[in-house]
Design a protein around this ligand. Structure first.
Ligand SMILES: Nc1nc2c(ncn2[C@@H]2O[C@H](COP(=O)(O)OP(=O)(O)O)[C@@H](O)[C@H]2O)c(=O)[nH]1
Ligand SMILES: [Mg+2]
Length: 319
């Protein structure tokens, strides 16, 4: 059993030594632990520091590409390194690396495909009241979109089984955690939650300067995932609302046309006809889009199945 621990880093020379030191050297059930440092265009001494402290595996981005791309490329490289389990942590020592044995245990026991470290954000002292509220709201929306019940879906401390990692196909430029959690849930991966306590803060998040920025960047990912995975729910709901709004003036118009036919084509009632027609027409467009999006979803499932076979072939994975 091989474990690869990925650490995406953008200028983490100060905190990386603490992270590397806290990673367990031996874990029951694991024969080999490899650390993969994903350098996302660091301009400080992150790489030299990592090399000095014994890191052997590097993936370089010559130009900063962001955490989502770092995660995506790192996941694939970890598989190429022969990982049976992949752990993700951060270079700012936010997460308790000493908990990695607990994090991977459900995967070792074949009881999970994905284990997410739940930061228990409601208990974090340095999180403001508004940040906690946004966190709760965001998690609620995401769980609705993913049809899941995950307390901390954007946690960056997680473990993937080999199969779960192969089956993930991240495409978003931002919010990799949101996107891949929705994907894992839709692919019916068994997700286990491990409550963790984050380490004292050594620096502010550089990903998101404020909760607002986080919402602005995550919203398109959640909406897109919702449309991708549940297109009929999305378009049919919109279509149904449009149909109801359109039918009210239309029924009113038809009623007047049948019962008082001289008045029906008067100036006021033509408005009912016009508004009703526009909304009913819009609802048909929404229903048609729902059917087309669902057909595209079916095509994507076939494509993803083919991609899984190609990846397994490339990685020489038997099962
Ligand atoms: N902010 C940021 N972090 C990056 C980037 N690429 C890789 N990282 C790494 O991603 C991890 C998360 O970043 P951090 O600023 O701690 O944001 P957090 O996810 O809100 O805690 C750290 O280990 C960074 O070094 C990037 O383009 N921007
Ligand atoms: Mg962090």
């Amino acid at each position: 059993m091989k474990l690869v621990i990925m650490i995406p880093c953008l200028n983490e020379e100060k905190t990386l030594p603490i992270v590397l030191k806290s990673i367990p050297k031996k874990i029951p059930g694991i024969d080999k632990i490899d650390i993969l440092l994903i350098d996302d265009g660091s301009t400080d001494k992150t790489i030299q520091v990592a090399k000095k402290l014994g890191v052997k595996n590097f993936l370089y981005h010559t130009k900063n590409q962001g955490l989502s791309k770092s995660f995506k490329h790192g996941l694939f490289r970890s598989l190429e390194l022969g990982a049976d389990i992949i752990v993700l942590t951060e270079g700012d020592n936010q997460y308790p690396q000493e908990k990695i044995p607990e994090l991977i245990k459900p995967i070792l026991d074949n009881k999970a495909d994905l284990v997410i470290g739940d930061r228990q954000t409601h208990k974090i002292k340095h999180f403001s009241w508004s940040k906690k509220m946004f966190q709760k709201l965001g998690t609620g929306v995401l769980n609705f979109a993913a049809n899941s019940d995950i307390p901390d879906a954007i946690s960056g401390f997680r473990a993937y089984s080999k199969l779960a990692a192969i089956q993930l196909n991240p495409i978003a430029d931002y919010s990799w955690a949101t996107e891949t959690t929705i994907q894992a849930s839709q692919k019916k991966h068994k997700i286990v939650i491990l409550p963790i306590k984050t380490n004292p803060k050594l620096r502010d998040s550089r990903q998101f300067k404020s909760s607002w920025q986080h919402i602005r960047k995550s919203a398109p990912t959640i909406i897109r995932a919702f449309i991708m995975y549940r297109p009929y729910a999305f378009f049919f709901s919109i279509g149904f609302i449009q149909l109801v709004i359109g039918l009210i003036p239309m029924i009113n118009f038809i009623n007047i046309a049948i019962n008082h036919h001289q008045k029906a084509f008067g100036p006021h009632h033509l408005q009912s006809l016009l508004i009703g027609s526009i909304f009913i027409f819009a609802s048909f467009i929404s229903f048609a889009l729902g059917i087309i999006a669902d057909l595209i979803r079916i095509n994507r499932i076939i494509l993803e199945d083919s991609l899984e076979i190609i990846k397994k072939d490339h990685l020489k994975v038997k099962d």
